[in-house]
Every structure is written in C-alpha cells, then in structure tokens.
Design a protein around this ligand. Structure first.
Ligand code: HEC
Length: 461
C-alpha cells in the first residue's frame, strides 16, 4: 500500500514541501539575536545505501560471548560473565570522538571524523510543548522527582541521608529531563527509508502488517541517548562535576512551576541510554543504561559514567505478565547491583527486577515501554491506550498479575507482529523506536490538523 492512500492529505506537492520543512526543522524556535552558544543542526543526511555488515570496529558487542537465554537470574559480577565488557563496548562506540567532558560548547558531535556518523529522528521539532530546543536539540521527557534520584520506598532503595527538605521546597514541580538521541549509520539508513526527503512517512506491507519502509532496523543498528536533568549537585550530590549544558527549556515561575515559555537554562548530564540490535537476543534488541556519578573514578565526565544494567527481554514468565503464583524470577535483565549504593547512591529498577533507568518510570522497564512503540492505523493521530498501546502505563501496571494488559506490555514482542492486544489491531509497528513514534505522531498532527498542538502545561508530564 502506498503512503498516499494511508495519509490521504499528503498528496499535494505544496503540502509535501511543507512536510519536509516541518519534518526536518532543527528546533521549535530560533536562537535569539546575539546568542553566541552552540546551535543544534538536525543530522538528516541519512545514508542512501545499506552500510553493509557491521564489523568489530563499529559493533564490538556482537563478538562478545554472552548468553541471553540462560533462563536463570544473572549476576553482573559473575567472573565468567561478560556483561560489563558488553555494555562498555556499547559506550565506547557511542562516545568515540566526543569531547571527554561533554562540554556545552562541544555538545554531541554527529560528525566526529568530519562526515555524518550519527543521525537524528525527524519531526521532533514540531511540537512546542516538548519539541527540540535550538542549543542541543534536546526534547522534554518525563519529569523526575527527588525520590527517583535519591530514594523512595522501593526495593534496593538507599535513601541519601543528607537529603534536605530545602531541595524539595526548591523544586516542588520536580526536575525536568531534556534529552537528545542519535542513531548510527545502520539506524540512520532505516530512518531515511521511513522518512524520505519529502518528510512524509513511507509505508509498505510485511507479514500482513502495514510497516514503515526500512524497518525493522538492520543488524548493526545502535542508538544512544543522552539525558540531562535540572537537578543540581546540592540536591543530588552525585551530579557533582557533571557537564552543564545550557538548553532552551521551560522557564520556571514560582507560582505556576514550569511554563510554556522557553529560556536558556542549565541542565546536567545524568543518564546515557544505549540500544543495539543483536540477533542473539530473543527480541533482537539489547538495551543498556549508564548513570553519571561524580563519585566514580575517572578524570573526565564520560569516564565517570557507570553501567547500571542491560535488558534484552521483558520476562514474559515473570509477574505481572503472569499471576504471582506462576511467576519465576526475571532472567532477561542483568543489573549492576554492586554499583549501588557506593557510587550512585540510589537506583530504582523497573518493574519486578527488570531494568529501568534513574529518570524512567519505575513500574515499567526499558524494553516493555519501547516494545509498545506503534503509530496509529490509517494515518490517524495516535492516542495512547486508544489506537496505540499505552506506552506510559495503564491502571494496574506492574500490579494486576496476569491481566491482559500486563501480559501484553511485558511480552517479548518481535517486529513485525501486531501488538499482542487486539485493541490496537492495525497499529503500525515501529520496532521499539519511541522517537519514531514521536515522529509519526507529529506527522499525523501535521497531516490531519495542519498545525502542531498548542503547548500544554509542562507540569503535567
Ligand atoms: C515508560 C517508557 C520508557 C521507559 C521505561 C524507557 N524509555 Fe527509552 N524512551 C522513551 C520515549 C518516550 C522515548 C522517545 C522520546 C525521546 O527520546 O525524546 C525514548 C527514547 C529512547 C531511546 C532513543 C531511541 C528510541 O527508541 O526512541 C533510547 C536508546 C532509549 N529510550 C533507551 C532506553 C533505556 C536503555 C531504558 C531503560 C534504562 C529506557 N529507554 C526506558 C520511553 C521510555
């Protein structure tokens, strides 16, 4: 089926031009006059050709001996295991050629060797609420609360004793997260197929499903995402010495909290997420996460990133995918528990021993949230829980053991299957990319409404 039959509005030439302008825009708004800091440029010169096999230089993890199918709970520190080597090989590639202190001036360089090696997802500058800002191209994500960083009544919690009520008082609306993600050449090739130069999604058929052209992401794909927070070291001690970026994020007002107005303000690197395709994984994907810690050894900011864990499946035999009585311990995540509490002081894992990161939702997990990445059928505007799966959760998430929703959310989804809940029949699978989900949502908003949604109160995120 051609894209034009699914996106009925997208057939006129003039419209196509505008789709490209909107889709490949750099940022929601331009730098103000006199601004002399870094300016983000969307890297969208996607490789036109498949980059070929990914060798040990670009995909070193593929030749590291790991077993994703043991079916037993795993120990990061098991001397016979290679989890640490695996995740560090991902980080090495993600930060190769970058400024070791990840400074504001340097930002993330998409062309460390003089030609584009890292690529951004289009359409993420369309939405004024959360869309890309002009300095580093970051977008707004889940607001984290102090308890996410320094403890709450969760398993593995190690409350930070020095935590003061002052911080709580100083940041009553929590800490905003602003992040920027990049795909390597293999991922970039797929994105360029899915969003060709006209800026409109190209769709095709696979296994009875409508799917974006170029998906699934080919072997060799890597994604990295750099997350920053406006929490400060006097509130979250281990952010001491992290890189401080100035980004054009939501201005803050004492009376109303975060507002739709944007202003250049500080934000600090706190988390780095990585994801790769590894055909040995039951979902083809392996997700990993790092936290920045000023208490870690290392002379530079990037050396002080500590690995927190890896995940390659959603553990469909573990609660709440099944009732508690039938549940077995999680075996598709491996958590670097030894690092807590010495270095990072506190880390909340996701649901029931599955991996989630410091600024993520603790009742979810990396892959469960990501596997629910779908666009709505027939070019409609996606509404989570209505015509696309509820990525950000639902009533009873991680609680109602064996419910159909939990079973679907914590399943091992494989592209190009339909989401394992018939409520979302016809939804277009996006092979775990939630940035592509943002792109499809924004394109559908453009195609259906001709204008982005007005900014809504950022405190609701
Ligand atoms: C509750 C949902 C949720 C959880 C849990 C979650 N993410 Fe994400 N993630 C998102 C959303 C939404 C985006 C896209 C928005 C953006 O990047 O600005 C995203 C983007 C990403 C990206 C960029 C590529 C892509 O797929 O869009 C990576 C890589 C990533 N996340 C890794 C992780 C890792 C690793 C974990 C666990 C430590 C994790 N995520 C947990 C929601 C989640």
């Amino acid at each position: 089926m051609l894209a034009s039959t699914l996106f009925a509005l997208s057939t006129t030439g003039a419209f196509a031009q505008t789709a490209a302008e909107n889709g490949f825009a750099n940022a929601v708004n331009d730098p103000p006059p006199g601004y002399s800091g870094p300016v983000f440029e969307l890297s969208h010169d996607y490789p036109a050709e498949h980059p070929g096999d990914c060798g040990p230089d670009d995909c070193p993890w593929l030749s590291i001996d790991v077993d994703f199918t043991t079916g037993v709970p795993l120990d990061w520190d098991d001397p016979d295991s290679n989890w640490n080597a695996y995740i560090m090989s991902m980080l090495d590639v993600a930060i190769r050629g970058q400024d070791p202190n990840f400074s504001n001036e340097a930002g993330f360089n998409t062309a460390p060797n003089g030609y584009p090696e890292w690529f951004h997802v289009p359409w993420m500058a369309y939405d004024p609420s959360a869309g890309r800002e002009f300095a580093h191209g970051t977008t707004n994500e889940r607001t984290a609360h102090l308890s996410d960083f320094v403890g709450s009544p969760m398993p593995n919690a190690t409350p930070l004793t020095a935590m003061s009520n002052d911080c709580q008082a100083q940041f009553p609306h929590g800490f905003e997260s602003w992040a920027v993600g990049v795909y390597n050449a293999w991922g970039g090739y797929a994105i360029g197929q899915a969003f060709p130069e006209d800026g409109m999604p190209a769709l095709t058929q696979w296994g009875g499903q409508v799917v974006p052209r170029g998906l699934p992401f080919p072997d060799g794909t890597m994604v990295a995402k750099f997350l920053t927070t406006n929490a400060t070291p006097d509130c979250v001690q281990y952010l001491e010495g992290s890189s401080v970026w100035m980004v054009n994020r939501h201005a803050y007002s004492d009376s109303t909290g975060y507002t739709c107005e944007r202003a250049l303000q500080e934000t600090r690197l706190t988390q780095v997420d990585v994801a790769v395709i590894d055909p040995r994984s039951p979902t083809r994907w392996v997700y990993g996460t790092f936290g920045y810690s000023g208490n870690a050894e290392g002379d530079t900011v990037l050396e002080r990133l500590v690995p927190l864990g890896l995940q390659w499946g959603s553990d469909p035999k573990t609660f709440p995918a099944v009732p508690r009585a039938l549940s077995v311990p999680a075996t598709e995540s491996v958590l670097n528990l030894g690092i807590v509490p010495d270095v990072i002081e506190y880390e909340h894992w996701g649901c029931e021993g599955r991996l989630a990161g410091p600024v993520d939702n603790p009742v979810s997990s990396c892959l469960s949230c990501h596997a629910s990445s779908f666009a709505a059928a027939n070019g409609a505007i996606p509404v989570m829980g209505t015509n696309v799966p509820p990525s950000f959760g639902f009533s009873g998430i991680c609680a109602a053991g064996g419910s159909a929703q939990n079973a679907a959310y914590f399943s091992n989804y494989n592209f190009p299957q339909a989401y394992p809940d018939a409520a979302y029949a016809g939804a277009v699978p996006l092979d775990t990319s939630l940035q592509l989900a943002v792109a499809f949502t924004q394109y559908a908003t453009f195609a259906n409404n001709g204008a982005p949604n007005a900014c809504t109160n950022p405190n609701q995120f």
